[in-house]
Write a protein that binds this ligand. Structure first.
Ligand SMILES: [Ca+2]
Ligand SMILES: [Ca+2]
Length: 256
């Protein structure tokens, strides 16, 4: 084989490997982005009581969907399993194919991820994906959210606002400016995201409220104000509630 042929073979091989590496997600059109193992900052001391304390945790490798799960992606799951459709599946705007699915209970979201061999993220995994290793305020850094980075609501709680182009949900692939250092989109804004974590005060924190069998959602949504559009705000919700027009999810592949 000529030297040039060897190079051609190597380039073809590299291209094949690249395609294979990008195609590991079992969810069509929603890649899983690797989040490397290593220490990361979790919690904060300058926010609400239930976000304290700030500390450094040891992180394991995991991979997380690049975008929120869309109606198109959720529809394929419904077709394959006969699971009940999302509550807003036929809404003229919330039900559009490219928008994040909303109107799903925690059980619906959990069933979706498990169908693909995945799970919902833990609060720790959400924060590592959204804050990097050093506890950034936002996925893109320290600058406050603006209309180029997040689909958000009015300045005062809790209505939609179209100054960013979207009164309600935006396509899951929009807001490139929201990208984290690993390239994950809309971890703040667009729709709240279910985690697999049960709501409870953090170790070392003080119980500010009773703890029920509630699950935590993260990241704020299209009708959130600045107080809720953070990487640390913890929204505790009834896992059976499936009527939220601003609650969706994404999945992770966790190390064993
Ligand atoms: Ca908006
Ligand atoms: Ca989101």
């Amino acid at each position: 084989m000529l030297t040039s042929d060897i190079w051609v073979a190597a380039i073809v091989m590299a291209a094949v490997l690249k395609v294979a590496a990008a195609d590991v997600s079992p969810i069509v059109d929603n890649p899983l982005i690797d989040i490397p193992a290593g220490p990361f900052v979790f919690g904060r001391d300058d926010g609400p009581q239930n976000e304290r304390p700030r500390r450094v945790l040891a992180g394991q490798l995991f991979a997380i969907n690049r975008t929120e799960i869309t109606n198109r992606q959720y529809g394929r799951f419904i077709e394959a399993t006969g699971h009940r459709p999302a509550f807003y599946a036929n809404h003229p705007l919330l039900g559009l194919d490219d928008r994040p699915v909303v109107g799903v209970s925690w059980e619906d979201a959990d069933a979706y991820c498990r169908h693909y061999g995945l799970v919902l993220p833990s609060e720790q995994q959400y924060e590592r994906a959204a804050r990097g290793t050093k506890g950034s305020a936002f996925p893109w850094g320290e600058a406050p959210p603006d209309e180029t980075r997040t689909n958000s609501g009015t300045d005062a709680c809790c209505s939609g606002n179209a100054r960013d182009g979207y009164l309600m949900t935006a396509p899951a692939e929009s807001f490139a400016g929201s990208a984290s250092s690993e390239g994950v989109l809309n971890l703040v804004g667009n729709v709240w995201e279910w985690t697999r974590s049960l709501y409870a005060p953090y170790d070392g924190g003080h119980a500010a409220r009773s703890t029920g069998p509630y699950r935590v959602l993260r990241g704020g949504s299209w009708n959130s104000d600045r107080n809720h559009l953070t990487t640390t705000y913890r929204l505790a919700y009834d896992p059976e509630f499936r009527f939220s027009a601003n609650g969706g999810f994404r999945c992770v592949r966790s190390s064993p």
